[in-house]
Design a protein around this ligand. Structure first.
Ligand code: RUB
Length: 306
């Protein structure tokens, strides 16, 4: 069991599991593994094992509120529950299943809303790899006479190649470009669509490094800028002025520091795009402007985020 959970944790850290949704799903799967395989003899012992693992998983990617929200929602129900260790095992397994079911349904809804919203765009630019973006673009391709997608390669870890491969495999026309070519191609683009790692109470978007620059270029060209995101990407700490922490990854992902003596290498994984550069979030509740997203989340019940 320990090894399974450690494997999940390392795969998240090494980006073998990447993208906010996949990371949150992997963490919930780890909770399920513990519930099924732990040798804990009492409820307290099992809660403790779950908490230690959840803490370690949550620290793997600091800029992932979806991961934290999923774990927080699980522990809120654990706290409310009664019964012995066997009852707790069942509860955690059920929570895992429910999480997967809801995540799938939300994803399908977002693919449909997004597909319809973007089916009028012939050329769409995307950045990095988002599972939601891929399913929206596949749906838009089905609904229209065929779209063309421009994918950035997404330095330093080249997640854009995953997007390019998946879309091309699904029969979408794909062009791959280097990140710095975005401005050159923007005149041919109808819409930009990216994923989301976190959304703040002001409607600002935190996504893969480079997103903000792309949004500013899109704005300059009058091109629509969308982000696909479940409302579970909303970070409640930002309601009280908490600032989303931006993950800084190893310099080795960029260059070998030994060959660049005296040079500081910085490698932030994400950046913040102000709400004013975004046309709308494509969520499971519909296509919502960044300025009204918080109202929509509040109306639907913010308590699910605790
Ligand atoms: C991935 C990234 C994605 C979001 C959304 O960054 O920025 O746009 O996580 O993905 P990394 P999804 O590769 O560093 O994890 O829509 O699948 O949740």
């Amino acid at each position: 069991m320990q090894r399974d959970v450690e494997r999940i944790r390392n795969n998240i850290k090494m980006l073998k599991i990447q993208g906010a949704r996949n990371v949150a799903k992997a963490a919930m799967a780890a909770m399920g593994i513990i519930a099924r395989k732990s040798k804990a003899k009492s409820r307290e012992e099992l809660v403790n094992e779950l908490l230690v693992a959840a803490d370690e998983l949550a620290s793997t990617r600091p800029t992932e509120p979806m991961l934290r929200n999923a774990l927080r929602a699980l522990f809120a129900d654990v706290r409310k529950s009664k019964g012995d260790v066997a009852a707790l095992r069942k509860l955690v397994e059920m929570e895992e299943l429910e999480y997967f079911k809801r995540e799938k349904e939300d994803g399908e809804r977002i693919a449909e809303y997004g597909g319809r919203e973007l089916s009028g765009s012939s050329v769409i630019l995307t950045h990095c790899h988002s599972s939601l973006v891929v399913s929206i673009l596949e749906r838009a391709n089905e609904l229209s006479k065929g779209i063309e997608v421009i994918c950035t390669e997404t330095r330093p870890k080249f997640q854009g190649l995953i997007t390019a491969r998946q879309l091309s495999g699904a029969g979408v026309k794909v062009t791959l470009i280097v990140d710095s070519a975005v401005s050159h191609f923007m005149k041919d683009v109808d819409s930009v669509l990216v994923g989301a790692d976190a959304i703040t109470s002001k409607g600002d978007l935190i996504n893969k490094i480079g997103t903000c620059g792309i949004a500013m270029i899109a704005h300059e060209h009058g091109v629509n800028m969308y982000s696909a995101a479940e409302t579970f990407k909303f970070d409640p700490i930002t309601l009280w002025g908490g600032i989303e922490k931006i993950e800084e990854r190893s310099p080795e992902e960029i260059a070998n520091p030994k060959r660049l003596k005296g040079v500081e290498i910085r490698n932030p994984a994400f950046d913040v795009t102000p709400a004013r550069y975004l046309t709308a979030y494509i969520t499971e509740m519909g296509v919502v402007t960044p300025q009204s997203l918080l109202n929509v989340i509040m109306r639907e019940g913010i308590e699910k985020l605790y």
